[in-house]
Design a protein around this ligand. Structure first.
Ligand SMILES: Cc1cc2nc3c(=O)[nH]c(=O)nc-3n(C[C@H](O)[C@H](O)[C@H](O)COP(=O)(O)O)c2cc1C
Length: 331
């Protein structure tokens, strides 16, 4: 029976345990998106406490995909040195590292991205009011290329792996969801067409970083909305993400966001999504959502509902969570 403290060595992954710090944006950067000492301290402490994999918060791959003013950036080469100090800090503290790459799509405002927000169609994701401008095909190609360049920077900075953000109403989620994607060209309509952009991004990133660097995909496996993506379709999509080159799936919500109000009272509120996706893929799957109790976290792994468990807000509240959890499980 697997446990939370077991290493996970599958394919290209070699993690010392099954505890993940999920990506959590801090808005601690300069307006140019640079790393500073506060980032180093913020990630060092949970890494030293025993987290297996630290996934650094969403970093924007190009200015038009920026979500918040002080978001971490990975959109130009001048940012690599700062990112390298972050990857070095996490490694020295004893954890493996990933960095999440994002384009916010329509999940931003014009005053932050400096342009009319863009998306697949003129439908904003829930909670956004500005009407997005549908992307031209040439712009889509530029976004694919920007993901590949951002991945090159992440690799040059020394991150052990890369996570592509395809959840929470960000651009790739907006393309997959029938709620936000009303296109009639090859990027809209059928499942195959709505999935085209994520698959192109994965292929471009994989071609850029080579076959060895592990790639994670944070997949919003249900929008929990009428006319949105439903789990049944997500179960068709997940194996295609893997086939395209993904080594680990990080399962969260889609357009409903990461902490939908009507679900968040339950510990492990997205675990059923993760376990349903785990049944249709061969790669390791991360579960997340309201997990605070080490015994519960261990049961998710032991009962093989997921292979790894991400603990977000509980770790922000108590950066020593991982070490304390491992000690509690040992005793
Ligand atoms: C402050 C904060 C920032 C977050 N930023 C990100 C992010 O950058 N990328 C992402 O995919 N999810 C982000 N999330 C969602 C978390 O990764 C996680 O999925 C969510 O908090 C649910 O897990 P939890 O209940 O253990 O906190 C953020 C959550 C919080 C609380």
């Amino acid at each position: 029976m697997p446990t939370l403290s077991d290493p996970l060595v599958i394919g290209k992954f070699a993690l010392k345990n099954r505890i993940i710090m999920p990506p959590m944006a801090n808005d601690m950067s300069s307006e140019a998106g640079e790393v500073n000492n506060r980032h180093l301290d913020h990630y060092r402490v949970p890494a030293e406490a025993g987290v297996g994999l630290v996934i650094v918060e969403h970093s924007y791959i190009m200015p038009s995909g920026k979500m918040t003013r002080k978001q971490l950036g990975i959109y130009e080469n001048g940012l690599i040195d700062g990112l390298r100090s972050l990857a070095d800090t996490i490694r020295t503290a004893g954890a493996s590292s990933a960095i999440q790459l994002t384009h916010a799509g329509a999940n931003t405002t014009s005053d932050v991205c400096g342009c009319q927000p863009t998306g697949p169609s003129d439908v904003p994701p829930p909670k956004r009011k500005e009407t997005p401008r549908p992307l031209e095909v040439q712009e889509i190609e530029e976004i694919v290329a920007a993901y590949a360049q951002a991945a090159r920077r992440a690799q040059a900075a020394g991150f052990d792996s890369i996570e592509i953000h395809g959840a929470h109403g960000f651009l790739l989620n907006e393309f997959v969801s029938p709620y936000t994607n009303h296109r009639t060209d090859r990027y809209g309509g059928s499942t195959e067409n709505r999935l085209r952009l994520p698959l192109e991004v994965i292929a471009a990133v994989r071609a850029q970083v080579g076959p060895e660097l592990p790639l994670l995909y944070r997949f919003g496996a249900s929008d929990f909305m009428q006319e949105g993506l439903a789990l049944d379709e997500a179960r068709e999509i997940a194996p295609k993400l893997v086939e395209a080159g993904i080594d680990m799936l990080d399962i969260s919500g889609g357009l409903c966001g990461s902490r939908p109000k009507d679900l968040t009272d339950t510990q492990g509120y997205f675990v059923p999504l993760a376990s349903s996706i785990k049944a249709v893929v061969e790669v390791p799957v991360i579960a997340v959502g309201g997990i605070t109790d080490p015994i519960y976290a261990n049961s998710v792994v032991a009962e093989e509902k997921a292979d790894l468990v991400a603990v977000g807000r509980a770790m922000l509240k108590n950066p020593a969570w991982a070490g304390e959890a491992l000690a509690q499980l040992e005793s």
